[in-house]
Design a protein around this ligand. Structure first.
Ligand code: AMP
Ligand code: GLY
Length: 421
């Protein structure tokens, strides 16, 4: 069968690599893909950008199913459009994708179904928001309602910072429409975990837990990025934590999905905060995480295609996902300047000398060479019998890779003091 993957990051390269391992699949098209998917077995990049172009292509090539990497097309309703054309697609409907596309919608859903989450207020009027800042407790968390490429959340330590955030988001409209509404939320103290999972709308099966590292610098310092590295499993996700997560978050989420008649066959990604008061849901994402996917799919033993086909057929109930008895460590190398302005166009050398999988994110192939083209450039993923072994290997291998201005964190997978519960 032929599969179409939409997206162009490290996440999509990891999906293509994993899907290519399935004996069920003969051909994978990546739209638009990147320098890594271009070289992957069974894969071909296709330069299709609009939903209309993708639909025409999927029909013409008799694509068995399409899988969507990033959130933007999902929130725009690509799944509904494919279904109108009788095309199989793995992802939530537009209505369900609002769980990521609108923070106020997600929070009201969480409240309605008793999902454990931070207290919050929603504002669509800047004066009222500014008034509220006089009486709220600090630190407080201000979130743009809509999609803001992971930059829409500001933690404010006092009223002045909070007033600035409201000014920027609501009045200056720096997120171009995403901040017409905001959510102001109780600050939670704890450690975070990413729980990717798969749903057919009737069952949700959580994947192995993982831990992202969002800030640019070691010790969780500096501005937030899309993600600088991941380990799986997440050492904070003990059995008790996962039990609480199931009871307080996963199960009531499933009830909500059913009650609201959301057409949801796809990935659901829970961003959780483990606190002294229990496990809280920070956010839903309706797609796989990047770089969580690179680590998590690396230790998935099961056939990802078979799993997705079972979800599309509504048969997840008794599906048993198998995981390698291993730890994975993914270290992300970025261009100098990221997450701010960065330069690109530099040749990447040394990948052929590595002894582990390298997933390409922002790099393209030019005359047989890989050349940087994005902020996050590549991800090195190493496995080990222990976290320590996986970390050591990942750092050993990434040292073999060079490009002008290469930067990566040196502390992926280390417990930092701040993170001690
Ligand atoms: P979100 O997009 O909602 O996951 O927020 C992005 C990041 O902001 C999270 O990964 C957390 O690090 C932080 N964050 C979000 N909400 C809260 C909260 N209520 N308390 C503390 N930190 C938060
Ligand atoms: N790495 C976090 C995300 O994909 O949202």
């Amino acid at each position: 069968m032929k599969v179409l993957i939409i997206g162009s990051g490290g996440r999509e390269h990891a999906m293509a690599w994993k899907i290519a391992q399935s004996p069920l699949v003969s051909k994978i098209y990546c739209a638009p893909g990147n320098g890594g998917t271009k070289m992957e077995e069974k894969c071909e990049n296709v330069d299709l950008r609009t939903i209309e172009e993708l639909i025409v292509f999927a029909k013409k090539e008799k694509i068995k199913f399409t899988i969507v990497g990033p959130e933007v097309p999902l929130v725009e309703g690509i799944v509904d459009e494919f279904k109108k054309n009788d095309l199989k697609i793995f992802g939530p409907s537009k209505k369900a994708a609002a769980l990521e596309g609108s923070k106020s919608f997600a929070k009201s859903f969480m409240k309605k179904y008793g999902i454990k989450t931070a207290e919050y207020q929603t504002f669509d009027n800047a004066d009222k928001a500014l008034e509220y800042l006089k009486i709220c407790t600090y630190p407080t968390v201000i979130k743009a309602d809509g999609l803001a490429a992971g930059k829409g959340v500001v933690i404010c330590h006092n009223e002045e910072e909070a007033r600035n955030a409201v000014q920027e988001i609501m009045i200056k409209d720096i997120f171009e429409g995403a901040g017409i509404k905001i959510v102001i939320e109780e600050f939670l103290e704890g450690v975070e975990a990413s729980i990717l999972s798969i749903t057919d709308g009737k069952t949700i099966i959580p994947f192995i837990s993982s831990k992202d590292h969002k800030q640019i610098f070691d010790g969780d310092k500096g501005p937030n990025t899309g993600g600088m590295g991941v380990i799986t499993p997440n050492f904070y996700c003990t059995e008790e934590v996962l039990e609480e997560f199931n009871k307080d978050i996963l199960e009531p989420t499933l009830v909500g999905i059913r009650e609201e008649n959301m057409d949801y066959v796809g990935t659901i990604f829970f961003g959780i905060m483990i606190t002294k008061k229990g496990v809280y849901l920070l956010e839903y994402n309706v797609r796989m995480g990047d770089p969580e996917t690179q680590a998590v799919l690396s230790i998935m033993e099961s056939d990802y295609v078979d799993l997705i086909l079972n979800a599309l057929d509504g048969k997840l109930k008794n599906y048993n996902i198998k995981w390698k008895n291993a730890h994975a460590c993914c270290v992300t190398a970025v261009s100098k300047g990221y997450p701010g302005k960065y330069e690109s166009g530099y040749e990447i050398k040394g990948i052929e000398n590595t002894n582990c999988k390298v997933f390409i994110a922002g790099a393209e192939e030019k005359q047989g060479n890989l050349v940087t083209s994005g902020g996050r450039v590549l991800n090195v993923v190493a496995l080990g019998n222990s976290l320590e072994e996986a970390r050591k290997r990942a750092y050993n291998e990434i040292e073999k890779i060079t490009f002008e201005g290469i930067y990566y964190r040196k502390d992926i997978g280390l417990r930092s003091d701040k993170n001690n519960l």
